[in-house]
Design a protein around this ligand. Sequence first.
Ligand code: GDP
Length: 440
Amino acid sequence: MFDNLSDKLDKAFHILKGHGQITEVNVAETLKEVRRALVDADVNYKIAKDFTKTVKDKAIGQDVLSSLKPGELMVKLVKDELTSLMGGDAKGINLSGNPSVILMSGLQGSGKTTFSGKLANFLKNKKTKKPLLVACDVYRPAAIDQLHVVGEQIGVEVYSNRETKDPVKISQDAIAHAKENGFNVVIIDTAGRLAVDEAMMTEISNIHKAIQPQETLFVVDSMTGQDAVNTAKAFNDILNFDGVILTKLDGDTRGGAAISIKSVVDKPIKFIGTGEKMEAIDVFYPERMADRILGMGDVVSLVERAQEQYDEEEARKLQKKIAKNQFGFDDFLNQIQQVKKMGNMKDLIGMIPGAGKMMKDIDIDDDAFKHIEAIIHSMTPEERAKPSIINASRKKRIGKGSGTSVTQVNQLLKQFNQMSKMMKMMQGGGGKKMMQMMKG
Ligand code: GDP
């Protein structure tokens, strides 16, 4: 996410780090580079220029040159400004209605249907919400099918009606259906077009007028940069929407849309999409995003994601197993599934301060666990529970069955043993032994 921009900003700050004494000249030079980095990221030129001017004024106001750590102070000023440009505090969605109606708008291919599913899944996991998805793309039968597939995947009901071509009627009927059947959130997925056109705008605005949603969201592909900003403006002029959803941030190396959209339409970014899976949705926190852009990681989000997957009862069971030396490959597999649910690897690594920069050229694919999983799947239940019985001939069989080699099987067994030992050590004596071991 935003690798190119992070890189360029990092280089800009190097100018300050490289000098013993910081002068007005190299502060100006740094800011020029910051501006260039923003423009390269597809941030509108005027926004980039205003941005650096504000930072410069603040730097003068805070007397950066005579401060103890001018470089750090400059980074902080840039971070604060980025945060405020992206909207300051995080903004939630209005779920006060019963049902709360959420209308999705945006161009075709922006990720509306995928996001409708993600949001339904996100709300469903909150336990107090029972969402209903509504298919209002009356032009493309495939779009209705797609929403049904998504609904099935996450276990959320989808309302559709292939008999009518009237999206206003479908949405009104869907809301009535929701009231009768106890759904407290209605998410309406609408038809998009490849570009902004009048017919689409009239249609979405008619739905909007007829159903008066609590929340109208505009979905846009962040990789389209300035186009995203222009499309947002066109939709906002007609709909006066409540918030923006930026999708495909996982593929966006520049970040121009994320940075400039708020200041152009004056509407907050509420959620982001960071992958194709249903779990790849995050609340948008401007400050955390600014941290990530500046290569400072985002530990808070990382911990939150881990907590979402944390199941106390499961954890207790696991602890008992470790204590009794019963931690086997089935448990290991389980742990891998949990980690995978947290998001794609590259994204997770990017949240660790400093790690994103270090690992940016290493290709970490989502299938990082593919071999491990294949090897474990080729083991018998007995072998998984008691790995010590895996002898040479079993290793050979497992290697063959999983399409890997005996060396890879050995490697996994070795890693597994090391991990088991470490877990045992952390259990007994509250990590004391481990500390001793580390001290040598
Ligand atoms: P719609 O036409 O607006 O409903 O768009 P879709 O939901 O069908 O999405 C278009 C394509 O973008 C699909 O292939 C999705 O899998 C993909 N997509 C949607 N959101 C994301 C995202 O956050 N990251 C990535 N990488 N792909 C996404």
